[in-house]
Design a protein around this ligand. Structure first.
Ligand code: FPP
Length: 256
């Protein structure tokens, strides 16, 4: 295959298929503003946002992404009005009810990280069923962060490590950055547990308690597009931006 063949050139967005980021994490922001702009209730933005999840899952899988992590609900999102929380909690049910056959067709495996046991029973059931139904898929991992918060995740990890020390299974001197990583919710995604690129939509430039440990060396890409308007081409633009960055991981040599 010549190098020209390896390029996707769609609407002038060039992506080098040999350097697709393995792990893309997305903070899907702007659903409410998208809806308000159209004089629709905020939840209409979440519904459209769910459809975007379907489009981007397929697009990322087709491009060869290994892990797509989507921040669907944070440990802080419970502060939203009850009706909005209830609506968001029903989205995984509707999403998996309609989309699992497509996920299987595309060889996509579902993973969920977060405090799942605190979710409504129906949501837990839908999530666990989707994990079970796609467990043999060997392609991209679609990793939903649901009732996830990075500070809570790190606190849980520290408690677990402290317990291992207390039980005499670990010496304090043996605790390394790998020990921390191994106790985080992303551990099962190894060797791709750390995102290569973190995207936030809708113009906000904050991490909002998302993957704080894991993004230590991620490329951060902020786009103006509200999540419901995010398309396969926006994804390619993000990848194009990522491919233009020089990653040094604290050293001097270009490794990307
Ligand atoms: C942030 O936008 C979005 C959320 C808190 C919910 C995200 C959920 C989805 C996109 C659907 C997820 C789908 C599945 C299958 C779980 P916002 O409401 O904060 O927007 P705003 O900043 O404009 O108000």
């Amino acid at each position: 295959m010549s190098s020209t063949d390896k390029k996707v050139d769609n609407q002038n967005i060039e992506v080098d298929l040999d350097h697709i980021p393995n792990h893309i994490a997305i903070i899907m922001d702007g659903n409410g503003r998208w809806a308000q702009k159209r004089h629709l209730p905020r939840v209409a933005g979440h519904k459209q946002g769910m459809n975007t999840v379907k489009t981007i899952t397929k697009a990322a899988s087709d491009l060869g992404v290994k892990v797509l992590t989507l921040y669907a609900f944070s440990t802080e999102n419970w502060k939203r009005p009850k009706a909005e929380v209830n609506y968001i909690m029903k989205l995984p049910v509707s999403f998996f009810n309609t989309f699992v056959p497509d996920l299987i067709k595309n060889n996509v495996r579902v993973n969920v990280m977060g405090y799942i046991e605190e979710l409504p029973e129906g949501t837990q059931k839908a999530v666990n069923q989707a994990i079970e139904d796609t467990k043999d898929c060997t392609g991209m991992v679609l990793n939903f962060a649901l009732n996830y918060g990075s500070q809570a995740e790190i606190t849980t990890a520290v408690k677990s490590i402290a317990n291992q020390v207390k039980m005499g299974n670990l010496e304090p001197e043996e605790v390394t950055p790998d020990t921390i990583s191994e106790n985080l919710m992303t551990h099962s995604l190894a060797p791709f547990e750390n995102p290569d690129v973190l995207v936030r939509t809708s113009g906000e430039e904050r991490l909002s308690n998302f993957l704080l440990w894991q993004v230590a060396y991620s490329e951060l890409v902020f786009v103006q597009t509200h999540w419901p308007d995010f398309t396969a081409d926006t994804l390619k633009e993000v990848i194009h931006t990522f491919q233009g960055r020089q990653r040094r991981f604290g050293g001097l040599k270009e490794t990307n």
